[in-house]
Design a protein around this ligand. Structure first.
Ligand SMILES: Nc1nc2c(ncn2[C@@H]2O[C@H](COP(=O)(O)OP(=O)(O)O)[C@@H](O)[C@H]2O)c(=O)[nH]1
Ligand SMILES: [Mg+2]
Length: 223
């Protein structure tokens, strides 16, 4: 609990046995609940997470979005915080993000990685890909945000049902932000955070996922 609000952290994982245990261990004491969504991992992700006290939600449908669609409705606390199971997002800044949400009367905060505090944390092509997608989102939706692809969000759990999220894959990240920004019942904000270098193997296929995410933005805009 922080600022009288209870906190759940949701972590989607596909083969992140090393990363997820470090993420869970690094969480501040104010986190009341950890939900790990395991997508048919073939390593020890589920055992490791369970042994560290996380609630493991199994999801058979593949994909980052499918995992979140199983994990986000499963939270039971006031605030939902999301992060990857790879130690890239700053668990040490969760409380700061909740402060930003509360102090600015917001419902949904997206943690922006750019400008990168540690330029080494992301390779050049991913930086370009992120920039292209964020500009595409600005052009198509008029959203003036710095990071359309951040996987760390801090929101009041009660607003989740107000967002109509559909994607089973990586576009889930941009989609939830569009839904939050567009809703007149949700106050959206961005907060700059530090982004760390990844532990474990990258799951993202930058060309395939980059184009899929771009196509998703176009499709959702004109449907
Ligand atoms: N549950 C689940 N998690 C996934 C899947 N693909 C990626 N992830 C997780 O989603 C997070 C983001 O993937 P990652 O490779 O770090 O992508 P990046 O952060 O965009 O480079 C990581 O915690 C992955 O383990 C999937 O198909 N299912
Ligand atoms: Mg990641």
């Amino acid at each position: 609990m922080h600022r009288d609000l209870t906190i759940s952290v949701v972590i989607p994982c596909y083969n992140e046995e090393d990363g997820v245990q470090r993420v869970i261990r690094s969480l501040p004491a104010s986190v009341d609940e950890v939900v790990v969504v395991d997508n048919n991992s073939t390593d020890r992700t589920a055992e490791v997470a369970g042994a560290l006290g996380a609630r493991v939600v199994p999801e058979k449908r593949k994909g980052y979005g499918a995992a979140y669609k199983a994990g986000l409705p499963a939270v039971t606390k006031d605030i939902t915080v999301t992060m990857d199971g790879d130690c890239t997002y700053p668990s040490e800044q969760i409380e700061e993000c909740v402060d930003y949400l509360v102090d600015n009367n917001l419902d949904f905060v997206s943690a922006a990685r750019f400008p990168l505090q540690n330029p080494e944390a992301m390779n050049f092509s991913n930086k370009i890909g992120n920039m292209v997608l964020t500009v595409a989102m600005l052009v198509l939706y008029g959203t003036k945000i710095r990071d359309s692809q951040s996987g760390m969000w801090i929101f009041r759990s009660k607003v989740y049902p107000l967002m109509n999220v559909t994607s089973d894959g990586m576009p889930f990240s941009e989609e939830i932000k569009i839904e939050a920004i567009r809703s007149n019942q949700i106050e959206f904000g961005e907060y700059h955070v530090n982004y760390h270098e990844r532990i474990g193997e990258v799951k993202l296929d930058k060309w395939r996922d980059g184009f899929r995410n771009l196509w998703f933005l176009v499709k959702k805009r004109f449907q």
